[in-house]
Design a protein around this ligand. Sequence first.
Ligand code: NAP
Length: 256
Amino acid sequence: MGLLDGKKVLIFGIANDRSIAYGIARQMKEQGAELGISYAGGSSIERRVKPIAEELGASFLEECDLSDDSAIEALALKAEKKYGSLDCIVHSVAFAPHECLAGRYADTARADFLTAMNISVYTLVAVANKFERLLSPEGSVITMTYYGAEKVVPNYNVMGVAKAALEATVRYLAVDMGKKSVRVNAISAGPIKTVSAAGVSGFRSMLPVYSERAPLGRNVDINDCGGCAAFLASDLSKNITGEVIHVDAGYNIMGF
Ligand code: NAP
C-alpha cells in the first residue's frame, strides 16, 4: 500500500529529469499517486517532457504558461473534465532574468523585479485561485522555496526577495484555503544542480560549502524533495499547513 494510493496530483515544473518536480513526481508515483503534468511550453520542452510523462504513466499532459491567466483557467477546465477533483498540486516553478542573479541586488531593474515576482510568486496565487474549486477537502498545495528568502545568499538577489514573498504567500493562502481544509506548504530545498540553479552566478561553489557545513555533512537531491512532498501530499501531514519545511541536511540551523 502506498501513502498516496487513490490520490490525483497535478505537477507544474518538470523541465527535464534533473528538475526537482521530476524527483517529486517519481516519489509520488512510487507511493501510488495518479499523476498529471503541466509544462511551460515550446516544442523542445514538449519533446523532453513527453517521455518523462510516459515513464511516469501520467494520465494528463498539458502545456500551460503560468504567466497567462486565461491559459491557467483553460487548464483548470481540462483538469476538471479529466479528473473531476484533485488531491494535490505541486508548484515547482520560478524564473528571474539571468542578469539579476549576479552582482548587486540594488541594481535590479524594475522590469526584472516584476518578472521574478510574477513567475516565481504570483503563479502560485493564480494556480491556487483557479484550481481551488477542483481541490478536494484535505487537499494539499506544495511549492518550492530556498533559504535565500531568509538570509542573504550572494547573487541570489531578486530571487531571494521573490522567495520571501512566496513564503508569505504560503501563509496567506493557507488561511484562505484552510476554510476548505486544503493545506498549503513550502519545501525549502538545499542547492541542487538544475537548469534554474545554474542561472545563479557562482552556484557550483555552493555545493561543497553546504555539504561541509550542514549537520548531516552532505548535499540533498531531487528524491529528498520528493520524499518530503509525498509526505505533504499524504494524510500523514493532515494538520500541517502554512509551513516552510527545510530539506537541506540541516544547513539552515547553523549560526557558525
Ligand atoms: P527547473 O528544472 O529549471 O524547474 C523550473 C521550472 O519552472 C521549469 O520547468 C520551467 O519551465 C518552469 N517555469 C518557468 N517559467 C514558467 C512559466 N511561465 N509557466 C510555467 N512554468 C514555468 O529548476 P528547479 O531547480 O527544479 O526549480 C524548481 C523550483 O525549485 C523553483 O521554484 C526553484 O526556485 C526551487 N528551488 C530550487 C533549488 C535548487 O537548488 N535547484 C533550491 C531550492 C528551491 P521551462 O524550463 O520550460 O521554462
